[in-house]
Design a protein around this ligand. Structure first.
Ligand SMILES: Cc1ncc(C[n+]2csc(CCOP(=O)(O)OP(=O)(O)O)c2C)c(N)n1
Ligand SMILES: [Mg+2]
Length: 324
């Protein structure tokens, strides 16, 4: 059983996400990454704290803001970068790109692009574990915007009816694209929506990784001991636009600045230093290690081959018969 806190490793993971994505933004602007690119910058404490509390048999599934979640689940930075560049060596063989990272061998069940669509899948994963009597829970992450969609309500309802071992995790970053929560949701505290399905719930500050980890451990313990689903709302903020190319007319630079002062990485750095867990010098060393990791990931991705043209139809389904 894991769950001793490895503060240094958690810090390392958060800085890895930040630097990997800053580099991805640059590569996107150079036209090396196609399609959409949704950055997780600002939200690093959410997945890092949450996933640090899971056991290896627990499944994780998320939406399209998935690069950080993939790293936290143990997918390599080289392979994530290669996926962003659409290369054969990518985590999804270069077929998925930014929004479709996945590796079931690490119990990471993917990135999903259609808002809310992975919530019924999460209920299905949990139903499978319940049926088999596995000691696994499913951790399903989604945004505030997803809670206004039918999938959310159907999945929560059935999860309670069937007492499924699923932890619903709402990352409330206050926006669904350019729409603020108060313009799209009937309740401002998303956790209240769980009340309608008699699902126990709580809210936690997502800029404080230790608070996220504590709340996650508690919630996972409840779900694992057979009490059925639980909903954890994590309050956070994305420092970048919804995706690359977002003109961000819906929020002010003062608002962004205010949240940037509550930077989850800066907060954790201060915590580590004030608790004397390690020294400034050691943290600087970790940061330069991450710089090297990113350089290596880009080298790996750029030097990897494109998927072979001969595999164009691999994993696709088609029929050569006329419609019957
Ligand atoms: C069914 C569906 N409707 C609309 C979209 C377009 N869309 C992509 S992201 C998004 C906002 C979702 O916001 P939220 O769930 O809060 O996640 P966040 O981007 O904040 O992480 C929308 C409407 C979509 N992908 N799928
Ligand atoms: Mg959102």
């Amino acid at each position: 059983m894991k769950n001793e806190v490895d503060y240094i490793d958690l810090y390392y993971q958060m800085v890895q996400i930040r630097r990997m994505e800053e580099k991805a933004a640059e590569l996107y602007q150079q036209g090396k990454i196609g399609g959409f690119l949704h950055l997780y910058i600002g939200q690093e404490a959410v997945s890092t704290g949450l996933i640090s509390a899971r056991l290896p048999q627990d499944r994780v599934i998320t939406a399209y803001r998935d690069h950080g979640v993939a790293l936290n689940c143990g997918l390599g930075m080289n392979e994530i970068m290669a996926e962003l560049l659409g290369k054969e060596t990518g985590v999804s063989g270069g077929r998925g790109g930014s929004m479709h990272m996945a590796d079931p061998s690490k119990n990471f069940w993917g990135g999903h692009a259609i808002v809310g669509s992975h919530l019924p899948i999460a209920a299905g994963l949990a139903l499978g574990d319940q049926y088999k009597g596995n000691d696994s829970i499913t951790i399903c992450m989604f945004g505030d915007g997803a809670t206004n969609i039918g999938y959310f309500h159907e999945a929560l309802n059935l999860s309670k009816v069937w007492n499924l071992p699923v932890l619903w995790v709402c990352e409330n970053n206050n926006y669904g694209m350019g729409t603020q929560v108060n313009k799209a949701s009937a309740v401002l505290e998303i956790r209240q929506k769980a009340e309608g399905y008699a699902i126990p719930n709580s809210r936690v500050d997502g800029m404080d990784i230790m608070a996220v980890r504590r709340a996650s451990l508690e919630a996972m313990e409840k779900v694992r001991s057979g009490n059925g689903p639980y909903l954890l709302e994590i309050i956070t903020y994305r420092f970048r636009g919804h995706s690359m190319g977002d003109p961000e007319r819906y929020r002010t630079s003062d608002e962004i600045k205010k949240w940037e002062e509550d930077d989850p990485i800066g907060n954790f750095r201060n915590y580590i230093l004030s608790e004397k867990i390690t020294t400034d010098k050691e943290l600087n060393k970790i940061e330069s290690q991450v710089e090297d990791d990113v350089v290596e990931a880009v080298r790996f991705a750029e030097s990897s081959p494109e998927p072979s043209i001969n595999e164009l139809y691999k994993n696709t389904y088609y029929s050569d018969k006329e419609d019957q």
